[in-house]
Design a protein around this ligand. Structure first.
Ligand code: SF4
Length: 438
């Protein structure tokens, strides 16, 4: 069949989509970028917060029109939306022929080759049923400068605002040798940067019998692809230890970049969120990072408007952000839903008040990011070219700019995607930098 696949959500979902695409291509199916031409359409969805689920439904309804105006005979929805809403999504979306939950990705081939091969149109085995694809599983990635590797599935924690453990199941780590093989394979295929991702990346290995921990995996990958940039995202504060920081310090190809969502800095909120640590712990952690890796870039995520959050709590978060001075910060407004443990908590914050706090936090962070970026003017650094922006301007990223979530660096150059060039920074705004070849 000729297939169109729409991949929504995070980098981890993107890897699931690439593995599904790889499998189907290996089974002889073709892919098109034009939905109207597709005989089958797959939408791999995200539903970790309400707005993501709304976006998925919009995309599904938009693509469902191809069944009337295009070649489409089969519309399949996979991933977190059916896993979260189950048969309710089937009732709400009769346009969809089949729903495959996060435990059923392996059934995508069967779903496309045979009609009515399932008793029901909603297949929701436990998420743990998904077999983690090995390094040599067919996977079609865009062969761009960046390749993501999903090193695990699921999460063993129970943050009260988070639906992910229910959607993705308990923590399952891939063997270190398998991840290192995949890094080698992707580097051979042209990846200049390898990004390790998981739901709770730094907890990799906690489910394995071996005493290996994430710092061991990171070391193995960095030494396997020693001439490529290596980065990891979605760290957890209580898994960032001296061993990990020393591993980063001793490997020049590991980006000195730490993505550590704090979510909040008020002890009351951290407790209600089930984060398992307090502000004192977080402050000591960032102090230790600054000691061992003084030039490290810090990214974090904060959740505002959580049930029970008072102005005093929010002020503590603002003050902590000012104190730590993160390079990058993403803020989210708490998204309530009946299937979350936090839904039962008292003190839900009015939407406008929560949004005002979000906007104030982002304004403060914009000032911090601008000041930090301005300090880089006149300095020279490595930039990995990613693509052309306009005319003869290209954009790329430094080691302290992660793909898709942080700003970029603009430069006039003749170098192509994946090439790493030395750049002297000449200008900066709160997100992006501009430079010239050094
Ligand atoms: S660690 Fe992350 S994925 Fe796991 S429950 Fe907490 S927020 Fe969700």
């Amino acid at each position: 069949m000729r297939i169109y696949l729409s991949s929504l959500g995070c980098a981890r979902n993107q890897v699931d989509s690439e593995v599904m695409t790889g499998r189907l291509a290996a089974a002889g199916h073709e892919f098109t970028d034009i939905a109207q031409e597709a005989e089958a359409i797959i939408v791999n969805t995200c539903a970790f917060i309400e707005s993501a689920a709304d976006q998925a439904i919009e995309e599904i309804l938009d693509l469902a029109s191809c069944k009337q105006q295009g070649e489409c005979k089969k519309l399949i929805v996979t991933g977190c939306l059916p896993q979260r809403y189950g048969f309710e999504s089937a009732r709400a979306l009769p346009e969809v022929d089949l729903f495959l939950g996060t435990g059923a990705y392996d059934l995508i081939e069967k779903a496309l080759t045979k009609d009515n091969c399932f008793k029901e149109n909603c297949i929701l085995p436990p998420p743990e049923q998904t077999v983690l694809p090995a390094w040599d599983a067919p996977r079609s990635w865009n062969k761009g400068p960046v390749a993501y590797i999903k090193i695990m599935e699921g999460c063993g924690r129970h943050c009260t605002y988070c639906i992910i453990p229910r959607l993705r199941g308990s923590l399952r780590s891939r063997p270190a040798f398998d991840v290192a093989r995949e890094a080698c394979f992707l580097a051979d295929q042209g990846a200049a940067e390898i990004v390790l991702v998981g739901q709770d990346t730094t907890s990799w290995g906690r489910d394995l019998k071996s005493s290996q921990r994430f710092s061991d995996l990171l070391k193995e990958v960095a030494e396997t692809v020693s001439d490529r940039w290596v980065r990891f995202l979605y760290g957890h504060p209580d898994q960032i230890d001296t061993r990990l920081l020393k591993t980063i310090e001793s490997h020049c190809n590991i980006c000195r970049y730490l993505d550590i969502p704090i979510q909040h800095a008020s002890d009351r909120m951290l407790k209600r969120m089930g984060r398992g640590h307090d502000k004192k712990f977080l402050a000591a952690l960032f102090e230790q990072i600054r000691e061992i890796l003084p030039d490290a870039a810090l990214r974090t995520t904060a959740l505002v408007g959580f049930p029970g959050e008072t102005n005093k709590d929010f002020t503590q978060l603002l003050e902590f952000v000012e104190q730590v001075q993160f390079d990058h910060l993403g803020a989210f407004v708490y998204s309530d839903a009946g299937d979350l443990p936090s839904h039962k908590l008292d003190g839900h914050v009015p939407a406008q008040e929560a949004q005002d706090r979000h906007d104030l936090l982002m304004m403060r962070q914009a000032d911090i990011s601008l000041a930090k970026n301005r300090q880089r003017i006149g300095k020279s650094m490595d930039v990995m070219i990613e693509g052309r922006s306009e005319d003869d301007m290209f954009f790329g990223r430094t080691r302290f700019q992660a793909p898709e979530v942080d700003g970029v660096t603009f430069i006039k150059t003749t170098s192509g995607p994946g090439e790493i060039i030395r750049v002297r920074i000449t200008d900066a705004d709160e997100y992006d930098l501009t430079g010239v070849p050094a």
